[in-house]
Write a protein that binds this ligand. Sequence first.
Ligand code: 5GP
Length: 194
Amino acid sequence: MANGKLIIFSAPSGSGKTTIVRHLLKTFPNQIEFSISATSRPKRGEEENAKDYYYLSIEDFKKKIDNKEFLEWEEVYAGNYYGTLRKEVERIWAKGKAVIFDIDVEGGLNLKNQFKGDALSIFVMPPSIKILEERLSSRSTDSPESIARRVAKAEKELKTAELFDCFILNEILEDALKKAEMVVSLFINKKAAQ
Ligand code: 5GP
């Protein structure tokens, strides 16, 4: 199958990328669709299988790695695997839509490397590490240990922002949403990939 387009949103956990991605899905429902990742981590809060993630056992996840079913995969946190299934991306391209991703920084850069001009990579920047920590605490779905791990990872990830095609500062959500709409609209309406 010929490659379609990919819109990659990466950012430290708690930067607000999920909010931005959800907004874009509502704004461009006929042109983009969310890539549901596979994960070996347990469900959190109100999450649903095949909507938020495909929840797999570690054994099944590893089997799919061996069968080369992933475009990219990673052990994002110790013992917790996340990955993008090739089949998932092809399912969305087959509908003539661009695929939008909410994935971590390494996975995002990995996809950009593979798909080059067919992919737009966007880094969502939190205003500061302190605000990021406050956002993670107020969402009250993570334990203090999990928050500490996410903050430590975020400090490293912020250094990679310049490797992305563009970045969006998420300080005032309204502004971040407008900028996201603009860059995504330009990309999906562009005739051929660069
Ligand atoms: P969470 O546990 O908060 O849902 O996700 C943890 C991190 O894993 C987030 O940064 C999220 O973007 C990332 N992630 C989700 N799906 C994938 C994926 O398919 N591949 C990679 N590399 N990271 C992912």
